[in-house]
Write a protein that binds this ligand. Structure first.
Ligand SMILES: [Zn+2]
Length: 462
């Protein structure tokens, strides 16, 4: 532990200027956040002309009829326009909130609220929770019309929206209630670790965050998801027996197999698994089952089991721990720096003893450009995993050598095409836009890779 803390102290000395130099941090945050927003707008501008291409790429031409292709181009065009305008709007709102010192204002409001309940500003954690609630309400109300437009105009126009205004609002309220129920103890615990561990918080906070993540992995599918969707056991039949035998061949510890009513809200389709290492659950969207035959859904699950086989979720968890560690290692320099808070309009009294939540929130804003770069890196890793999982599905017939595993690669290709056609996914993609936004390779890239895996597999046989 001491080695760790010595290393962290070196980082802190490098960043000592944060506490001593009067830097116009607010101005930098404005510049950073506008740069990221304008870069994202530039990406949309690069991508936009591709929605006017008259025909799909060569590999897809046999699978997309002209009507489906035109529909996907139109959907892409509308989504791009929406992304451009809503992105600029959200950035403008954030920028105004920052400019007019709403963070400092919210902190004072939170102070007034807790005073009404008989608490003084001595109760930092209580005030922090009230602050987050106030700030959340201020910043989420202006974006509410944006999500309403997205659901009831944009998605509706292209036939995806299945939600009603009533369902939309009950979802919203439920979401807020759950956020409050989970967020409050989380934030309380998070801030308590700082108080308790002092400047040696890094390893303790890492432990706290991992425990929280693990709890969520367990709570989300068992408690939270059922509040929004109905999971019912997959009925007996070809699909069920195919998946069960596939899981058995691979020694995947399948406990339950569910069908989820994703179609209640949207007709986008999917499948996923979750659970503890020794007991896993697979969930398939009813929309996927409807649009593809049993063999094709099996191929999608072969891909999902590839993620499990190569331990992709655990690897992602390790990568995200490194990410969190870096953030926490840099944070102490910003923790006890009154000048840092003063730059964001906080009063002398508040800044003299910076509340941890404020320092952490403002510190996160400084990281915006770094986070954009990290996002690109994470996407690259995720795309690599997608290729690996596709390859796993293709090579499965070598591994288990049963009749069932034959032509999995063709079935996977067909299922992927069906998902893309049904979801009207974009087929022409600008490389830079894709690197920034996409965690999955494009359909064209995946089909090309599937062909390659198939040809290397058949060479092996010869
Ligand atoms: Zn995948």
């Amino acid at each position: 532990m001491d080695i760790l803390h010595n290393q962290l102290a070196v980082v802190q000395r490098q960043l000592a200027f944060v506490a001593t130099d009067p830097i116009d941090w607010k101005f930098y945050v404005q510049v950073f956040s506008w740069s990221v927003c304008l870069f994202e707008s530039y990406l949309v501008v690069r991508q936009y002309p591709l929605y006017s291409k008259p025909a799909p790429p060569q590999v897809l031409s046999a699978h997309f009829d002209q009507e489906a292709f035109q529909k996907s181009q139109q959907y892409g065009k509308d989504k791009a326009k929406f992304a451009l305008i809503s992105g600029l709007y959200k950035q403008a709102v954030d920028s105004l909130i920052l400019h007019f010192g709403f963070y400092a204002w919210s902190w004072n409001v939170a102070g007034n609220i807790i005073t009404k309940f008989g608490y003084t500003s001595e109760y930092e954690i209580t005030q922090s929770i009230a602050f987050v609630v106030v700030l959340f309400l201020i910043s989420s109300l202006p974006t509410l019309p944006v999500s309403l437009y997205q659901t009831f105009v944009l998605e509706e126009k292209h036939g995806f929206n299945k939600t009603t205004p009533l369902l939309f609002f009950t979802d919203l309220i439920k979401g807020w209630a759950i956020g409050f129920a989970i967020g409050t103890p989380f934030l309380g615990g998070f801030l308590y670790v700082f108080k308790w561990a002092g400047d040696r918080f890094v390893p303790w906070l890492m432990a706290f965050l991992i425990t929280f993540q693990m709890t969520m992995v367990f709570l989300y599918p068992t408690v939270i998801q059922p509040l929004f969707n109905k999971l019912s056991p997959l009925p007996e039949g070809e699909l069920k027996s195919r998946i069960e035998s596939l899981a058995k061949e691979l020694q995947f510890p399948l406990k339950h197999l569910y069908e989820i009513d994703g179609s209640k809200r949207s007709s986008h389709s999917n499948a996923y698994f979750f659970g503890l290492p020794w007991s896993k659950h697979i969930v398939i969207f009813d929309t996927l089952i409807k649009q593809s035959n049993a063999g094709e859904v099996e191929a999608i699950l072969a891909h999902e089991l590839g993620h499990w086989y190569y331990m992709h979720p655990s690897k992602m968890l390790v990568v995200s721990q490194f990410h969190i560690f870096t953030i926490l290692a840099l944070f102490p320099a910003f923790m006890h720096a009154p000048l840092f808070l003063r730059a964001f309009d906080f009063s002398k009294e508040v800044a003299a003893q910076p509340p941890t939540i404020l320092a952490f929130l403002l510190f996160q804003m400084i990281l915006t450009p770094l986070e954009a770069v990290v996002g690109i890196g994470m996407n690259a890793v995720s795309r690599k995993f997608e290729y690996e999982a596709d390859r796993f599905a293709c090579e499965l017939q070598d591994k288990i050598k049963t009749e069932d595993a034959k032509d999995l690669s063709d079935r996977l290709g067909k299922a992927l095409i069906a998902i893309h056609v049904k979801n009207l996914s974009t087929v022409w993609v600008d490389w830079l836009y894709s690197a920034y936004h996409h965690s999955h390779p494009t359909l064209t890239e995946r089909l090309k890779a599937l062909e390659e895996y198939k040809s290397t597999a058949s060479k092996k046989e010869l």
